[in-house]
Design a protein around this ligand. Structure first.
Ligand code: ADE
Length: 248
């Protein structure tokens, strides 16, 4: 996958994504990420890229032309018109499903806004997806773009050691992931659930499924409406939701 990030802070993107999982994906040639400095496309001698909003109001807006020129420079090298994701608090909320959908694209462009926003005309002209990472306002689109790129990269073949794990994590099938334990068997007087030491894979799977259902009912009951639950699981969820002090 080839990703271009249009930003005023390219070093933020390069420094962060060049390490850990995304860094390894880049080294392995599975992912290519280029941060493109929008300021390089400024059309005045001061290299400014912002201006006052028409109609008044607080702060400055990113102007349309430098963004458009940066987009034109990167997209003209792509075979087909790429999807362009604009990060903004008013966009659709990012999700695991959106990460999977975008992971299938060969090329992606992320547009990171700053100041008080971006001239709407360039958004209309080039953007295909407006995405928010949650109901809070950040100072720019760089962190949201990196959150999205991290989540998307987990679905690129070869990025994770165990391909399946991307698909068994929380949110897959609308359930959260079950709790996990590693050595030692006892830590701070807390024992690892005995079933996980039994070697009985069918029982372990059953236990994990149950724990996923319980965790989802406790922490994210809103997800249950899309989960494929058995009658017993539905009854269990109802009990958990009816009883604030439910312990299992
Ligand atoms: N830019 C500022 N806040 C944002 C958010 N919550 N999601 C995406 N982009 C943003």
């Amino acid at each position: 996958m080839n990703i271009k990030v249009l930003t005023l802070f390219p070093e933020m993107i390069e420094n962060t994504l060049s390490v850990s999982m995304t860094g390894r994906a880049i080294e392995k040639g599975l992912l290519e990420i280029e941060a493109v400095n929008i300021r390089d496309y400024a059309f005045n001698k001061h290299h400014s890229v912002d201006d006052y909003p028409y109609g008044g109001g607080a702060g400055m807006l990113m102007q349309a032309e430098p963004i458009y020129q940066a987009y034109a420079a990167v997209s003209e090298k792509m075979e087909k018109k790429p999807r362009v994701v604009f990060l903004a608090p008013h966009g659709e909320t990012f999700s695991q499903d959106k990460a999977i959908e975008l992971s299938k694209e060969e090329n992606l462009i992320f547009l990171c806004g700053h100041y008080e926003g971006v001239d709407e005309r360039v958004v209309e002209e080039i953007v295909t997806d407006v995405v928010s990472i949650g109901d809070y306002v950040l100072t720019g689109g760089e962190l949201p773009a990196m959150v999205m790129i991290d989540a998307i990269s987990r679905f690129l073949p070869g990025v994770l050691h165990n391909e399946d794990s991307a698909y068994t994590d929380s949110f897959q099938g609308s359930l959260l992931e079950y709790p996990q334990y590693s050595r030692p068997e006892t830590w701070h007087d807390k024992k690892v659930p005995a079933i996980l030491l039994s070697g009985n894979h069918a029982k372990v799977d059953e236990w994990r499924r149950l724990r996923s259902v319980i965790r989802t009912a406790k922490f994210r009951p809103d997800l249950l409406k899309n989960a494929d639950l058995t009658t017993e699981e539905k009854e269990l969820c109802k009990k958990i939701l009816d009883d604030e002090d439910f312990v299992c």
